[in-house]
Design a binder for this molecule. Sequence first.
Ligand SMILES: NC(=O)c1ccc[n+]([C@@H]2O[C@H](COP(=O)([O-])OP(=O)(O)OC[C@H]3O[C@@H](n4cnc5c(N)ncnc54)[C@H](OP(=O)(O)O)[C@@H]3O)[C@@H](O)[C@H]2O)c1
Length: 263
Amino acid sequence: MTDLRGKIALVSGASRGIGEAAARALDAAGAQVILSGRTTSDLERVAAELTHSPVVITADLSVAGAGSALAIDVLTVVDGVDIVVNNAGIPMRRMPEQLREQDVDLVYAINVRALLMLTIGLGESMKSRGGGSVINISSVAGIRGPAGRAAYAATKGAVDALTRALASDWGPAGIRVNSIAPGLIATDIWEESRQTIPGLIEDMEGQIALKRWGFSDDIADVILFFAGNDSRYVTGETLVVDGGLAKVGASAKPQLLPEMIAE
Ligand SMILES: NC(=O)c1ccc[n+]([C@@H]2O[C@H](COP(=O)([O-])OP(=O)(O)OC[C@H]3O[C@@H](n4cnc5c(N)ncnc54)[C@H](OP(=O)(O)O)[C@@H]3O)[C@@H](O)[C@H]2O)c1
């Protein structure tokens, strides 16, 4: 069991999906959780079930300066943090021909700019508490080359890259920085695709070795691993958590030649 008693954790995008599951898991392990997102009522709904004096801070991370401003707001409520879960993110599904500059700016603003500036804004406070753990949520989209995801994939590749660079910067101060690259996790982020692309969900499931979509708790358990002492000698890593999607040759149907099929 991961023991996070006495630790303070910030989770961005804590109002639903992976962020909600992370907030619940960190709280259950004993941490005080600061929940952030745009929608106060949703954050308060999650916070109401937490037990270690949760704090809600509303912030729209698409706005210039919002990452640094959120760090300042956090540090007016607590002296410092030990764990930062950079989870807030948006998808950007567009074929290249439909991708506009403002789309690229928006997805970069939330997925990369705010994430980096928020983390930097909390760095000194982690150092003053003797170190910490930063957990960035990237995506297998930053590792594979999914169609219609050029801008999104670029932001997630950037998250993995800045994870390695910050791990170099802050390793001497005892701050570990890792990322988790989820595969297909059943959350609201897929709602638009589910409605607009018939058969997409079933087709994608066929490409997963474990033959099921992931749940938010599948990611939250790995967040706990990075937050706690079990990962004390791991930094600068990206851990793919995708049931075997990115690197395993699974497909919807068995790939067998007729002569290979057992009689
Ligand atoms: N689900 C997947 O299959 C999957 C796969 C790979 C990677 N990921 C990554 O995992 C992370 C969480 O995804 P999810 O599936 O849990 O998505 P989700 O259910 O759509 O939740 C996204 C969270 O981010 C917050 N958010 C969105 N825009 C924001 C903004 N401008 N400012 C502040 N907060 C904002 C949302 O809250 P509000 O709307 O209230 O602000 C919400 O709490 C994302 O970074 C995503 O890219 C997900």
